[in-house]
Every structure is written in structure tokens, then in C-alpha cells.
Unconditional design. Structure first.
Length: 333
């Protein structure tokens, strides 16, 4: 079938400023923009845009918007990126989700994000609905991508694991929410940034180990995050499944390991990039990674492609609109 993203759709309200105001202070920002967003939409858009045009598989978005102008614009954006929106529902009486994003231009484009859930609160599916979304009799491998901007992704992950065992579950636990240790075994491909990786360790391992890692990070950042990546792979992932762990470290690079290559590897980030806006970088990376793996590339090749794709995204403003096409990444490869 292809790749399905189940997640959030938000309308982004972006304010660009030199710095954030202090409490009680009014500060003149530089300018204001609106963009399509939400981690679910961003990842679906990235997958649609970074898919090899010669590959014959579908990219679908599963989620909800309100019956308003924002919702229509978000659905149009997905369609323009080659994403099937058949299962994007439209709700009356509830607004499309929004994200207020504050971007500090004098701090390398670093961002802070406030989310209003809106229609994303309706992205809950019972077994009958899931059977309609994922019909029986489809033997082809499918990737299903999750984030945590919808109410209960874990219940859907459990249903897929039990009822569609040939599907690959991709999970980006952002914003982070703790899960029982055994539930991490349901995930085939875990994609986290440095903060989320540490949050998982804090939620499932004993305090003594966590404190030791926290203390050593100050002096050996890369070494300790390599240890975190090893812990996630060795102690959480199911060895009978694909067992891929990918950890992005921002401007430093990427750590990764898998069942096929369990030793943690490191790929440095691309240097000398003019950073404008980091908003869609992580979602672009995930989109590139998923398309490359689905298309049969090795994990190492997929990481290199994704790193290049995200380096192109951060040189432009916005999220979905700033993401490159497959041909753009190939041109710069």
C-alpha cells in the first residue's frame, strides 16, 4: 500500500523576533507569517515531497481539521505535496489545531512552540474504523508513522501490532509522553532527538543510571548520547522486529543503530549552512528517512539523504513549504 501518517494537522502562526520578551514586557517583533504545520502534516508532506517520483506507492494522511479556512488550507497543502487526504476528517463546532511559534532570529532560528489541540482531539479510532483505514487482505508491507500530538497513538499502535503484523511502526514520540517499558517493543523504527532520547531513559531506567548519564554529558556529550542510543536499542527495542533507533543531535549530527548493524554509528551534520528557521528540520529528516527505507535503501544511505534534506529545509522559512523535493536533494547529493 505505501506509507500512512496518523497525526496532527495544525495551522502555524509564526512570529520572528530578535529575542523573547521578559514577563510583563512588550517587545517589538520583526515580522509575522502563517504556514501549514503540525508534526503529522509536516511528516506526511515531507514523505510526499521526498518520495522518489518513479516509486509506485501511496502516501496517506490520517487526521482531522475543523470546518474552517485553516482546515481547508491544510488539506490543500497536503494534496499539493502528493498526499492522499481521503481520511482527513472535517469537524463542525471545533477549530483546526493551531501552533504559535516564536522564532529567535539572533539565536540561529531556534524556536519555541505552543499548541492548541483543536480538531486533533478527535483523532481517536475504534477497531471498526481502523479496519476501514487498513482493510484486511493487504499483504504488502506498509509503514505507519506516529507522533504524539494526538490523544492516544499507543492504542492504534497496539491494534496494528495485533491485527496487521506485517506493518512497520515508525514512532517519533514528540511531544514526549512516558509509556510502559514493554510498549516500546512494539516500535520498529524509533526516531528521537537528544531531548526525547534522554526523556525515554529517564522514564524507564533507574535514577542512579540517569544521574550518571546526566553528569557525564557535560564533559562527553557525544559519548553519553551514544550510550543512550545503545540503551534504547539493547533494552527497549524488540530484536524480533526491525529494531532501528535513530537519534538526531541538532547541529552535531545523527546517531543510529539497527538489528542488522547493532554498533552505534555517527554521521556529522552538514556544516556551513545558513540557518533561517529550524521549525521543520526534524520532520523533514523523518520524512526522508522513511521514504528511503521504504524504497529499499540501507539505513546509512537513508540517514545521509535525510541529513541533506533537513539541511535544505532550515535555509528557508516555514515548515511544509520549506521542505525540498526529491530532485532537490539528489541535485545536492
Amino acid at each position: 500500500m505505501g506509507i500512512t501518517v496518523i497525526g496532527s494537522l495544525n495551522y502555524d502562526l509564526d512570529t520572528f523576533t530578535d529575542r523573547l520578551p521578559n514577563a510583563g514586557e512588550t517587545f517589538r517583533a520583526n515580522h509575522f507569517e502563517t504556514h501549514a504545520g503540525g508534526k503529522g502534516l509536516n511528516q506526511a508532506a515531507a514523505i510526499g515531497k521526498l518520495k522518489n517520483p518513479s516509486s509506485r506507492y501511496s502516501v496517506r494522511m490520517i487526521g482531522n481539521v475543523g470546518n474552517d479556512t485553516f482546515g481547508k488550507q491544510l488539506k490543500d497543502t497536503l494534496s499539493d505535496c502528493g498526499v492522499d487526504i481521503t481520511h482527513v476528517g472535517t469537524y463542525e463546532g471545533i477549530n483546526t489545531g493551531t501552533a504559535t511559534i516564536l522564532i529567535e532570529e539572533k539565536a540561529g532560528g531556534q524556536n519555541r512552540i505552543l499548541i492548541v489541540e483543536g480538531a486533533n482531539s478527535k483523532t481517536i479510532y475504534d477497531p471498526k474504523q481502523l479496519c476501514e483505514i487498513f482493510p484486511e487482505g493487504k499483504e504488502e508491507e506498509e509503514y505507519v508513522v506516529f507522533q504524539h500530538e494526538i490523544p492516544d497513538p499507543l492504542s492504534i499502535i497496539k491494534w496494528i501490532h495485533a491485527n496487521r503484523p506485517n506493518f512497520q511502526i515508525v514512532y517519533n514520540p514528540s511531544p514526549f509522553k512516558a509509556m510502559p517499558k514493554k510498549d516500546w517493543e512494539l516500535v520498529d523504527l524509533l526516531v528521537v532527538n537528544e531531548i526525547e532520547g534522554l526523556q525515554i531513559v529517564e522514564s524507564v531506567f533507574d535514577n542512579e543510571l540517569v544521574e550518571e548519564i546526566r553528569e557525564k554529558i557535560k564533559d562527553d556529550f557525544l559519548g553519553e548520547y551514544r550510550k543512550i542510543c545503545e540503551l534504547l536499542y539493547e533494552k527497549l527495542m524488540n530484536r524480533k522486529k526491525r529494531g532501528i533507533v535513530v537519534m538526531t543531535l541538532g547541529s552535531r549530527g545523527v546517531l543510529f543503530c539497527s538489528h542488522e548493524s547493532p554498533e552505534v554509528q555517527f554521521l556529522p551534520a552538514i556544516q556551513n549552512v545558513s540557518v533561517v528557521d529550524t521549525t521543520g528540520a526534524g520532520d523533514t529528516f523523518l520524512g526522508g528517512l522513511v521514504t528511503q527505507l521504504y524504497q529499499g535503501e540501507t539505513l546509512s544511505t537513508a540517514i545521509k539523504f535525510s541529513t541533506l534534506a533537513s539541511s535544505l529545509t532550515i535555509q528557508r522559512k516555514g515548515a511544509a513549504e520549506s521542505m525540498p523535493l526529491y530532485k532537490d536533494v539528489q541535485k545536492d547529493a
